[in-house]
Design a protein around this ligand. Sequence first.
Ligand SMILES: [Fe+2]
Ligand SMILES: [Fe+2]
Length: 388
Amino acid sequence: MPTLIFGGAFDPPHNEHVKVLECAARTLKAERVVVLPTFLPPHKSKGFLDFATRAELARIAFANVAPEVVIDDAERVRGKDNFAYLLLAEMKKKYGDIVYLIGGDSLRDMDTWRHPERIFAECPVAVAPRRGCGDAQRLAQEAREKYGGKLVVLDVMGGDVSSGRVKAELLLGMPCREVPENVLAYIRAHGLFSGFAETVEKLKGMESEELMAHTQAAVMRAIDLNSRHNLKQDFIEVFTAALLHDNAKQRPSVDGLDVPEDCIGTPVLHQFLGAEKARRDFGVTDENILSAIRYHTTAKPAMTVLEKLIYTADSTSYDREYEPIPTLRAATDEDMERGFGEVLKYTYLKLLKKGGRVYPLTEDAVRYYLPELISDKTATKPQDKEET
Ligand SMILES: [Fe+2]
Ligand SMILES: [Fe+2]
């Protein structure tokens, strides 16, 4: 009877983790499951629960998935060099016959792991396919050919839940059904994921219900895109920028804040003002966040990944159901760069069609990203895309 090894941040553990682990334990007839919470070095742990809390949540979530469940703190003990191939060698020594359980996203990204061939040399690998992460059977066959070793594809499908999504829901104070009840009870009792409660309340006083619903939808969209495309943007930066991107939308008074003269009285004012008011009213000092808010409507040349992410998430947020947004959303789901380009193109052409008045930054962005669309004869007077 093999021991199943399951690693993850578990920040927090959710129903899909439980479902996948139960399926793997049942399929492989595992008597024992060893859960390995990821240890995050201090500089990477911003926005995550600490190790002991995540280990405790994992213990609660996975208590009944197999006859014996061990929460192993090997990663914390090692502290560094927590590469899977090294951890698995250690687990094999400790527990004997092991199988390593991974998700379809990990299989897809296996090339980016340190010494994948040594992982497969160490033990069999079981993979839980994940929606949107490629054809697991095909990827498994490719991995077998490339790395050798044994790989089993489980009869389970994941991908509808992510820890980032769950975390965002909890931070927004939204209902959260993707977490086991006992885990949720622990989270509530210990006030976990409540760090943004004050900010969210304050924002609710500044945004109409409709705008707040859009804000929540944009947050969820940004979190999803960040994880779907493995953009590796800091969770707190993505969350904060999306949460506050429209904070000035219904507060147009300039109050002497530093915004470009030519945007006053136009719909793009709220992006510049939003950045300044996020700084003034919400104490945001992170320039990456402020900049993502500052250009979320117009775009600009040479955008950072975070700026593009917030721009695209806003335009394809889940509350926008009118054509062609669902089409643009599907394009963005498939390929972030292409999606961003299509959103920019749609916005620009729509503005031209409406009267040819485009804010200069948008025109610069089009010239930079989509040079084939623009000629120097195009008008450059301020205007903006319509959005909330
Ligand atoms: Fe906006
Ligand atoms: Fe927005």
